[in-house]
Design a binder for this molecule. Structure first.
Ligand code: G3I
Length: 305
């Protein structure tokens, strides 16, 4: 097929992008989105600071705009993200343990109820593990006050709120086999063994020279799939340009295509000009919405050509 979305759909997969509500009014942004992609992830609009900046007062307008656009285009929607240490309003860290537990439950249940039936997969918990060799959990209000059990509690609460949404754990620097990915692997294995509801793991895929894509990438995705969860590439972007960048994209897409349970790929933005790391020119379209070599590489890899 001749677009990213249609090419992914030919093998039952989706090809998505992060989207910002504030750009939907830009004609080229919207037309590139609608032509090329069949899934979206709100880049910031569903995060805690955007949806519940004051306790108990929920603001959905920006996220609703993206959801309405995606639904009108028949696109899948990934919900991002319910429980994360970052972009967390100040009031959350001031709560006692029991109040924090209630606030977390209420946040999860409120968002998932508002979007019930509309979300393909939710990043229920995001970035809960530390970088480096320890495999330890990252400090956060949730970890520090509620302990390790907050993650499974979040997943159980999420399953009750929208039983039809896939529930994902999402993180970065877990793309290859390393101490951090193994810590996540062990958590998922434990969840599956004990019946904690988890359906998918999101591998963000933010690659650059300091954290490159490694040769064990496919093997790492496969070991998670073998636990009985879907794997998704959720925030893909690759610093660089030209052939080197295109080759990295090819390898990532080929790895997903080789794994039956790799259900889709999301790039973290449409055009380099709006990327969170714009100076790395990490995306598939340049600042003028021209297709880069990385675009052609992805299209060919999706089509197996
Ligand atoms: O909304 C405010 C706006 O009101 C204000 O005027 C402006 C001035 O700085 O800031 C705006 O907020 C910014 C927000 O993006 C929306 O544009 C924040 O400062 C900025 O920090 C925020 O960055 C986002 C970042 O997450 C925050 O952690 C990026 O857009 C977003 O791409 C990035 O996405 C994360 C994923 O959620 C999780 N994985 C890593 C990934 C990359 O960091």
């Amino acid at each position: 097929a001749s677009t990213l979305g249609a090419s992914a759909a030919a093998s039952g997969r989706y090809f998505g992008t992060a989207v910002a509500a504030s750009h939907l009014g830009e004609a080229q942004y919207a037309s590139t989105l609608d032509t090329e992609f069949n899934a979206v992830t709100p880049e910031n609009e569903m995060k805690w600071d955007a949806t519940e900046s004051t306790q108990g007062v929920f603001t959905y307008s920006a996220a609703d705009q993206i959801v309405a656009h995606a639904q009108a285009q028949n696109m899948k929607i990934r919900g991002h993200t319910l429980v994360w240490y970052s972009q967390l309003p100040g009031w959350v860290s001031g709560l006692s343990a029991s109040a924090l537990q209630s606030a977390m439950d209420n946040h999860i249940t409120s968002l998932m109820t508002h979007y019930k039936g509309k979300i393909y997969a939710w990043d229920v918990v995001n970035e809960a593990f530390q970088d480096g060799g320890s495999g330890a959990r990252r400090s956060s209000p949730f970890q520090d006050k509620l302990g390790d059990g907050y993650i499974e509690h979040a997943f159980r609460t999420a399953r009750a709120a929208d039983p039809n949404a896939k529930l994902c754990y999402n993180d970065y620097n877990i793309d290859g086999i390393n101490a951090k990915s193994t810590a996540v692997y062990n958590m998922v294995k434990d969840f599956k063994a004990r019946g904690v509801p988890i359906d998918c793991v999101g591998f963000q895929g933010h690659f650059n020279s300091a954290s490159p894509m490694t040769s064990d990438y496919q093997a790492n995705l496969q070991r998670f799939a073998d636990l009985g969860v879907d794997v998704q590439i959720t925030e893909l972007d690759v610093a660089g340009s030209g052939t080197a960048q295109a080759d990295s994209y090819t390898k990532v897409v080929q790895a997903c295509m080789a794994i039956q349970r790799c259900t889709g790929i999301t790039v973290w933005g449409i055009t380099d000009k709006y990327s969170w790391r714009s100076s790395d020119t990490p995306l598939l379209f340049d600042g003028n919405y021209s297709k880069k070599p990385s675009y052609t590489a992805v299209l060919n890899a999706l089509n197996g050509t």
